[in-house]
Design a protein around this ligand. Structure first.
Ligand code: NAD
Length: 321
């Protein structure tokens, strides 16, 4: 067995048995350090062959200390806590785990959609308040023969599309300028422009990354164009929607309902207007979570390390060295 030193810098997990299982063929033990132990981290990275990190900032200063490190593997999709260009310059791979929660986020988007359509959280709240009124929360519309709009057609959106395929939608419209018509047609969807999707969808589910082009891509203008009484589901990032415009669209009844897992500010501030609006379903940015997704995250973060130390390249590289 080679004598590698593998360091986990993390504050989130209680045990590291998944990582140990993956790495046991190359190391008998893994060293773990809490995020807060900065001085120790600086000392320990010096002779580490690989680092697995959660949120601790791997800055240029930390990278300069790394004398042997071949890979920095991030627990998660984003890697903005790692100075990737300094790592590249130092010849260190940076790797992430982009796909550990695809099943979970797509399940969650479907759950939010169903909650809005069948009005389950509202009925549940009402029964607990002592009410039993069959005519509350009407009208409810049947999903069959309606139109679904999917914005962004990457991993999560495709899994979502697969899961809604049995619901009887008349049309599934997809807006994603970066995927081909063939890719969309393969699943039975129609590739359309953004305005066509807004005008024709009864339900819209958002699955784009947050960047300069997508920030506030749903704002006052879009909520004017959007189909009357449509429903919007957002499991991607809060700032993709202009929340002030969304609140107005929900209050005026332009939108029937919104199902939201993500917000411009998280945790959602105490007196946020979303908490006062009836036709919105809120969850606490946990679409990614299941016991299985966390196990997959831990295994894959460790496999990135194993793959570099055994074969010279991670499974999910972020840079090229
Ligand atoms: P992905 O990279 O696989 O897919 C994103 C898609 O968006 C790509 O097909 C891309 O072409 C498309 N896209 C990019 N810019 C666009 C634009 N301007 N207009 C239309 N389409 C555009 O990403 P994914 O893994 O499917 O993740 C989707 C979203 O889900 C991301 O915002 C991610 O942060 C979020 N997410 C949320 C949670 C959660 O817990 N709520 C967990 C994981 C991921």
């Amino acid at each position: 067995m080679a004598n590698f030193k593998i360091l986990i810098i993390d504050d989130r997990f209680k045990d590291y048995s998944e990582e140990k299982k993956v790495l046991k063929e190359i190391v008998p033990e893994i060293k773990t350090i809490k995020n807060t132990e900065t001085e120790r981290i600086i000392r320990e990275v010096e002779d580490a062959d690989a680092v697995i990190v959660n949120l601790f900032p791997i800055s240029n200063k930390i990278i300069e200390k790394m004398k042997k490190c071949r890979v920095i593997s991030r627990y998660g999709v984003g890697y903005d806590n790692i100075d990737v260009s300094s790592a590249t310059e130092a010849g260190i791979w940076v790797a992430n785990v982009p796909d550990y929660s695809v099943e979970d986020v797509s399940d969650h988007a479907l759950a939010l959609l169903m909650s809005c359509v069948r009005k389950i959280p509202f009925k549940d709240r009402s029964i607990r308040e002592g009410k039993w009124n069959l005519h509350d929360f009407q009208p409810v519309h049947r999903i069959k023969n309606r139109t679904m709009g999917i914005v962004g057609y990457g991993r999560i959106a495709k899994a979502f599309h697969r899961k809604i395929s049995g619901l009887g939608f008349a049309r599934v419209l997809v807006y994603d300028p970066y995927v081909s018509m063939e890719e969309v047609n393969k699943m039975g969807g129609e590739k359309v422009d953004f305005n066509t999707l807004l005008k024709n969808s009864d339900y819209i589910s958002i699955h784009v990354p947050l960047n300069d082009k997508t920030r506030k891509m749903f704002s006052w203008n879009e909520f004017t164009v959007i189909r009357d009484r449509s429903t919007i589901i957002n499991t991607s990032r809060g700032n993709i929607i202009d929340e002030e415009a969304l609140i107005d669209a929900l209050k005026t009844g332009k939108l029937e309902c919104a199902g939201l897992d993500v917000f411009g500010e998280e945790p959602l501030p105490e007196n946020h207007p979303f908490k006062e609006i009836d036709n919105v379903v809120l969850t606490d940015h946990t679409a990614y979570y299941s016991e299985e997704s966390i196990k997959e995250l831990k295994e894959k973060a460790a496999k990135n390390v194993l793959s570099v130390l055994k074969y010279g390249r991670p499974i999910y590289p972020v840079n090229e060295v």
